[in-house]
Write a protein that binds this ligand. Sequence first.
Ligand code: URA
Length: 430
Amino acid sequence: MIPAELIKKKRNNQKLEKDELSEFISGYVKGTVPEYQMAAMLMAIYFNSMDPDEIDSLVTVMLESGERMNFSQMDRYVADKHSTGGVGDKVSIILGPLLAAAGLAIPMITGRSLGHTGGTLDKLETIPGLKTNLDLSEFKRQVQDVGIAMISQTDEICPADRMMYALRDVTGTVESIPLICGSIMSKKIAEGIQGLVSDVKTGNGAFMKTKERARKLGAALQRIGESFQITTDIVYSSMDQPLGRYAGLWCEIQESVAGLHGKGPEDTMTITYELGSRLLMQAKLAKSRAAAVTLQKNLIQSGAAYEIFLEMVQAQGGDPKVFDKNQEHHKARFEQIILASSSGIIQKMDTYRIGLATVELGCGRKKASDLIDPTAGIEFYHKIGAEVSKGDTIIRYFNSHESRLTAASRLLMNTFKIGDEAVEHELIFQ
Ligand code: URA
C-alpha cells in the first residue's frame, strides 16, 4: 500500500475498498502511516464523505483494530447510550449509574472533548484518583460486579478511534457523518452490547447544524447498529443552547451528582429519562414510557442510582469522599460575569461560540498535548425564552488561568440575543 495513493483516491472522490481502509488504518495504529497522512485522509473523507458500504468498512476496520467484548454470560440486558456531542451534556454520567441501578449492564467506552463539545472522560477524570484507562479484564470485572464501568478507548479496545479521535479534534475534521459513525459505532459494537440508544443532537451547538443532517446521521447510526445485531433507538434533541446550568469539567460532575440526588436541571433530566426509557423498554423492564420514567425517578429518589455512581467511582480508583457535604474541590481562582445589555426575552444563544469559550477556558484542547483545567466552566443563569432585565447576570465563567479567562471573554461577548418576541424551544423532536 502506498498511503499517498489512497489519500489521492479519496481526494478524487473515489470509493475506498475495505482492504485499502484496513491497511491504511492499521498502518496508522502501528505507526507506519504517519499522523500527517492520516490528517490528510481525514480531510479528504470530510470533503468527499463515504457511501454506506465504505462507512460499514470504516466501522468494521476501526472495530477490528482492537478487541470486541463479550458479555453473553451475563443475565442482565447489556446496553449503552451515547450522544453525538454537545455543550453541557452530562447525561451519560447520570444515566449510566441509573440504568445499572435498574438492572442493566453498562460497559461504556466514552470520549474526551471533541471540537467545541465537552467530553465525558475529561469530566470524569476531574474526580480525584479516578482512572479511565482500565484494561479489558478490569473493565469486564467491574461491569459484572458494579453493573457499570466508564472507560476510554485503549490499546486493547478501539485504538484506532483513540488515535483518530484525538487527531480529528485538532485538524478541523470532526463534523463528518462517516467519521462520526466510525468513531461512535466502533466503540459501541466493541462493547458487546445488545441495545443502544443514540442521542443525535442538532442545532447551533451540535455537529449536525440542521434537522435534515441530524436525521441523516441518525439513520446511518441505526442502520449500522442493526446490521451488527444491536437493537438501536434514536432520540433527536436540540443543542441550540447548552444542556443544564453548567458546561465545563468539575462543575458538570457536581451537576450530575445533583441530578443523581433528584435535583438536576429540567432539560438534562428530561433527556436522561427519555433515553433511559428507550433502554428500559428494550430490556423489557418497563412496558411503557410512563412506567419507565416512574422507575427511573424511584431509583433516583431511593438513592440507588447515586449508590451505583459512588461504587463505580470507587471501583475505578476515585475517591468517593469528594462528594461528602462541605467538601470543596477544584475551586476556580478567577471568574467573570456577563450582564444583560437590555431588557427582554432571550431569543437565541450561540452555543458553538459558547463551546469554543469552554475550550479557551481550559475544558478542551487546542492541540493534542494541551493540559485541561478541571476548575474551568460556565454557569448559565437563563435559558432561551426567559425574561431578563438590563443588568441581570446572564453567565458566569471561571477557571484558574487568568489570560485564558480574558480570551474566553472575547468569545462569550454577544453570544445571547435578547429581543421582544416570546420564543418556544423544542428540546426533543421526531
Ligand atoms: N462521539 C464520538 O464518540 N465520536 C464522534 O465522532 C462524535 C461524538
